[in-house]
Design a protein around this ligand. Structure first.
Ligand SMILES: [Zn+2]
Length: 289
């Protein structure tokens, strides 16, 4: 018995000297919104929506802050600062009446970071889901960060398909021209494990746009968070009513299935890009730890 106790003590002592291998944990994930869009009828965005599910919605513009020991990460930077405080028409002349944004200067990502106690130069990496105006809007506030985007999405942003609109559409050149041309882009062609420890994984989820990507985060608790962004706008899209505005309906459906399967395999929580009910029910803006 005594021998066993000595052996156990020795083993515990030994273990305490072995450095933990590959277990860098995400410290926290903050979920917030770059102001709101709406109100407008949901059917304008989801043409397949049956009449009984139709309602007017005011929707969040989700952005995420991921605090990892190796650096601070943003997932999407929201609407450009220039549309704040009722100044939409100057910067988005063709989109204001449709989207009805209500972004205050305080809602912009730099101010939100400040409120959380971070500065913009602390941001090591900015992951952009896709190059639409409500997701890539403020990359220019992070000139020193590494920008993580699918290579195809960069091409698409600069020269969208004609049916998606080349001027006045959802791709706004001012968001990524000028100095942003020379940023450091990690140009992905598929999935990517950002810190090499499996805790922040970029997932290729095309369909909404040519190079759309989502993010999977594993918290220290072991819980999986899946941020779909515009791969899935609303719960209704998951229930079989596809959104409009897709680059490819085939890829869109495959990406939804992919996210669903990952959610089910890992018992994860799936977050939609613009779901007002989910945002409210979950009590966002909020931290996940
Ligand atoms: Zn969006």
């Amino acid at each position: 018995m005594r021998k066993l106790a000595i052996a156990t003590t020795f083993l515990l002592l030994l273990l305490s000297f072995i450095p933990s291998v590959g277990v860098a944990q995400v410290k926290g994930v903050y979920w917030t919104s770059s102001g709101m869009f709406g109100p407008f009828p949901m059917v304008d965005l989801v043409p397949s929506l049956p009449k009984e599910k139709q309602r007017d919605v005011t929707i969040p513009v989700n952005m995420w802050v991921i605090d990892h020991p190796k650096g601070l990460v943003l997932f999407d930077t929201g609407n450009n600062v220039a549309i704040s405080d009722g100044n939409c028409k100057k910067y988005w002349p063709a989109m204001c009446d449709l989207l009805k944004p209500s972004q205050k200067r305080d809602d912009v990502i730099d101010m939100q970071l400040k409120k959380l106690g971070y500065s913009t130069d602390q941001v090591k990496a900015v992951i952009t889901s896709h190059a639409h105006l409500d997701h890539i809007g403020n990359i220019k506030l992070f000139p020193n960060a590494l920008h993580v985007i699918q290579k195809k999405e960069l091409y698409q942003a600069w020269w969208p398909e004609k049916f998606q609109g080349r001027t006045g559409g959802a791709f706004v050149m001012g968001d990524f021209d000028g100095p942003a041309r020379e940023f450091n882009y990690l140009e992905l062609e598929g999935d990517y494990d950002l810190f090499g420890d499996g805790s922040v994984v970029v997932l290729s989820t095309p369909g909404h746009t040519l190079g759309h990507q989502s993010v999977k985060v594993r918290l220290a608790s072991g819980q999986t968070l899946l941020m779909a962004q515009d791969a899935i706008w609303f719960k209704e899209n998951l229930e079989g009513f596809p959104a409009g505005l897709n680059y490819s309906v085939k890829d869109y459906n495959a990406s939804i299935q992919r996210l669903k399967m990952i959610r089910d395999l890992e018992n994860g929580q799936l977050f939609f890009g613009h779901d007002a009910d989910q945002f409210k029910q979950q009590g966002a803006p909020k931290w996940f730890k």
